[in-house]
Structures are given as structure tokens and as C-alpha cells.
Design a protein around this ligand. Structure first.
Ligand code: DQA
Length: 148
């Protein structure tokens, strides 16, 4: 089983970016934890971060043939990217939306995800554990195949 973990804009700055909101774990630490859990669950995990919407669309499109599910923190694109929503809807594999912070408890503009209706589900507010929970959800969904 192969799972793609995708990180959107500014998540490369984790550790030093607004630590009171996003915590002190770096992206590298999160990727290591997700990869280690993947190993335990029998899943090969590949991690990719980009600040660019087009690169994330390309990665999602390419993931369709290469991965069984995606764990995706789209960063601020969550709130306005119809291109990413369409890409999620276009691929046949399940995409689990994750957020470090609880987007529903923050500023008004963050409370709405334009991606959520196309995603398999959303996990929000558990810090780096959101990714680990997202991975467990992705593995469970991938195990059910495309019909699940
Ligand atoms: C985020 C929440 C978004 O609103 C924000 O733009 C991010 C990170 C999170 O993980 O909590 O960049 O996706």
C-alpha cells in the first residue's frame, strides 16, 4: 500500500512559523513520524511539500496511478482553491484533509474548506497527530479499495 502525504504553502516553515498556533514540530519531524507509522501499518509513505498550487495539482493528478490514498494539508489553499478541489474530485483515490490547528475555532475565513466536499473526510486540531490520524484513515480507506 502506498500513501502520499502532501503539504501545502508555508508548511515548510513549521517549527518557527507561529508556534503558538502550529506548535514547534518541524516538517521534517512530522514526515519522520508519518513515515514511521506507515511502516508499522504496512504502508509506504512519500512526503511532498510545495508552496505552489499548480505543483500540488500536478502531484494529485500523478498520484492517481501511483498511490492508494492521499493525506493532504492544503494550508491556506483549503479556503479558496477550486483548482485543488477539482483535482481531488478528479482522482479516483481517497484524499483525507488534515489541519494542525482547529480551523473551525479560528478566524471566519478559515472556518470554511472549499476542499472538504471533495475529500473523504477532514481531521483538524490535533497538531502533528492530525497527520497520524489522517494516515490511519487513509490506510483504512485504501484497504477498502476504490469502492470503499
Ligand atoms: C492549516 C490551517 C490553514 O488555515 C492555514 O492557512 C495553514 C495551516 C493547519 O494545518 O492548521 O497554512 O492548514
Amino acid at each position: 500500500m502506498r500513501i502520499l502525504v502532501l503539504h501545502g504553502p508555508n508548511l515548510n516553515l513549521l517549527g518557527k512559523r507561529e508556534p503558538q498556533v502550529y506548535g514547534t514540530a518541524t516538517l521534517e519531524e512530522i514526515n519522520s513520524a508519518v513515515t514511521a507509522l506507515g511502516r508499522e501499518l504496512g504502508a509506504m509513505v512519500e512526503c511532498y511539500q510545495s508552496n505552489s498550487e499548480g505543483a500540488l495539482v500536478d502531484k494529485l493528478q500523478a498520484a492517481d496511478d501511483r498511490f492508494d490514498a492521499v493525506v493532504f494539508n492544503p494550508g491556506a489553499f483549503t479556503h479558496y482553491s477550486y483548482a485543488l478541489r477539482d483535482a481531488i474530485a478528479a482522482v479516483g483515490i481517497p484524499v483525507v484533509e488534515v489541519h494542525l490547528s482547529n480551523i473551525h475555532a479560528r478566524e471566519e475565513f478559515r472556518r470554511h474548506s472549499v476542499l472538504a466536499p471533495a475529500a473523504a473526510g477532514q481531521i483538524s486540531g490535533f497538531g502533528p497527530d492530525s497527520y497520524l490520524l489522517g494516515l490511519r484513515a487513509a490506510v483504512a480507506l485504501a484497504g477498502k479499495g476504490t469502492a470503499g
